[in-house]
Design a protein around this ligand. Structure first.
Ligand code: AP5
Length: 190
């Protein structure tokens, strides 16, 4: 199974992806986690990404597409994957479509988590309180920018995937188990 999970910052993409990994034996490909690891290890990509992420902007499409293109080739992706945080704009979606065609991989579904912006800030605040490893982009100013970037660049992907008949919308404001149940129902119908 190959999926994309779409949604604004704090909508629950990471939370639900982890559950999909457990249930379907697929791999979570979180571009945010990959970039944070690269920043921590001070790799070339990490050095380029650090300030961009700190501002809540998007890392360049070339870097991101190359990371994903290499990653989906790895043996652990054989059973499938859930893309969490990628694609992030139309250019990345087009590049993904092209690379999946070339590799003869089928995209099964795109799940969009719909959550009101007022709720997102509270969720990110509580993630900060619960975590010992606070993210450099989890502050009010950067979150504002991350939401603006989402609205301008990522939200148009819903139309893109709707036109391709891949998009399924889920109410991400329900509790975590209910969101998981709604996703399961969608996937069992595929
Ligand atoms: P990324 O790491 O992808 O961050 P994000 O999209 O802002 O999303 P988050 O990780 O903040 O939230 P989430 O939706 O995963 O929610 P979570 O499950 O944690 O990207 C970070 C940065 O990296 C970007 O700004 C950009 O700079 C760069 N980047 C990444 N990918 C890129 C790309 N493709 N191109 C260019 N740049 C890229 O949940 C949040 C909180 O809510 C948690 O505490 C959770 O417990 C709680 N929660 C979850 N679900 C529920 C629920 N149903 N009810 C109540 N609480 C809930």
């Amino acid at each position: 199974m190959r999926l994309i999970i779409l949604g604004p910052p704090g909508s629950g993409k990471g939370t639900q992806s982890t559950r999909l990994v457990e249930k379907y034996g697929i791999v979570q490909l979180s571009t945010g986690d990959m970039l944070r690891a690269a920043v921590k290890e001070e790799t070339e990509v990490g050095l380029k990404a650090k300030d961009v992420m700190g501002r809540g902007e998007l890392v360049s499409d070339d870097i991101m597409v190359s990371i994903i293109s290499d990653r989906v080739e790895k043996p652990d992706c054989k059973n499938g994957f859930v893309l969490d945080g990628f694609p992030r704009n139309i250019a990345q979606a087009e590049a993904l479509e092209k690379l999946m065609d070339e590799k003869e991989l089928n995209l099964d579904s795109v799940i969009e988590l719909e959550v009101d912006e007022t709720i997102l800030q509270d969720r990110i605040e509580s993630r900060k309180e619960q975590s010992t490893d606070v993210r450099s982009d989890d502050n009010v100013e950067t979150l504002k920018n991350r939401l603006e970037v989402y609205r301008a660049q990522t939200a148009p992907l819903t139309k893109y995937y709707d036109e391709r008949n891949k998009l399924r919308r889920v109410n991400g404001m329900q509790d975590v188990d209910q969101v998981t149940k709604q996703i399961d129902d969608i996937l069992s119908d595929l």
